[in-house]
Ligand binder design. Sequence first.
Ligand SMILES: Nc1ncnc2c1ncn2[C@@H]1O[C@H](COP(=O)(O)OP(=O)(O)O)[C@@H](O)[C@H]1O
Ligand SMILES: [Mg+2]
Length: 238
Amino acid sequence: MYHINIIKQQYGELTVLSDLKTSINEGEFVAIMGESGSGKTTFLNILSGIVDEYEGEISYFDAPLQTLNKKQLTEFRGKEIGMIFQDFQLIDFLNVTENILLGNDHSSVEQVNEMLEKLGILDIKDKSVLKCSGGQLQRVAIARALISGKKVVLADEPTASLDSKSGREIMEILKMLHEEGLSIIMITHSPSIASYASRLLYLYDGHFVSDLQLGDKDQSSRLKDIMDVVGEVYEANL
Ligand SMILES: Nc1ncnc2c1ncn2[C@@H]1O[C@H](COP(=O)(O)OP(=O)(O)O)[C@@H](O)[C@H]1O
Ligand SMILES: [Mg+2]
């Protein structure tokens, strides 16, 4: 789905990503870990076309993103990529349904209801988002990201603002969507959140220093493997 070869990405004098090569297949659920400031958000922003200044090549299926202009990148993102964030990024003065329809003008209220039902929040369809819990808000954000039938979601620390129970509920939803075929690329600081993914990429010093397949293991063995990777990277860089 994505073929990525970032030779160098800088903000002014600051080099964030360098010699970063990887591929991500359709249907994968990839967790990205790495220290604060290591460039995880920058990497996701390159995949979505928000950051477009770098040396290298990124292809999404047959589209070479580095050749697209800003307008084409915005169209690409609108058509292909769903995004969810730590802080939900919903509009305070709109209710749940209105938030989901915003920017999704081809979707119908029936489709919204179907999506809300699937995510277990149909009962709050008319609720003001100001009155929703964090877990409800992230489900609304997932509904907004995916309502128009997108096949890829980029998630930047989607559980970081949630208590651990709501975080696990959101991960169960992402797991269900992944089992239905959604491709997910998710940043997290938490090994236990990462253990829902089928692959772990660890970003350090501008590129991925570890690439671990977690696929067919149960969740506690995935967690153990992830803890081992985190420990090894930490020890190697003391
Ligand atoms: N728009 C920007 N302009 C300048 N520097 C930035 C910008 N965005 C991020 N940075 C810097 O790039 C580095 C990587 O940031 P980021 O990708 O947000 O890391 P992470 O998500 O892993 O915490 C940090 O040092 C950050 O301060
Ligand atoms: Mg970040």
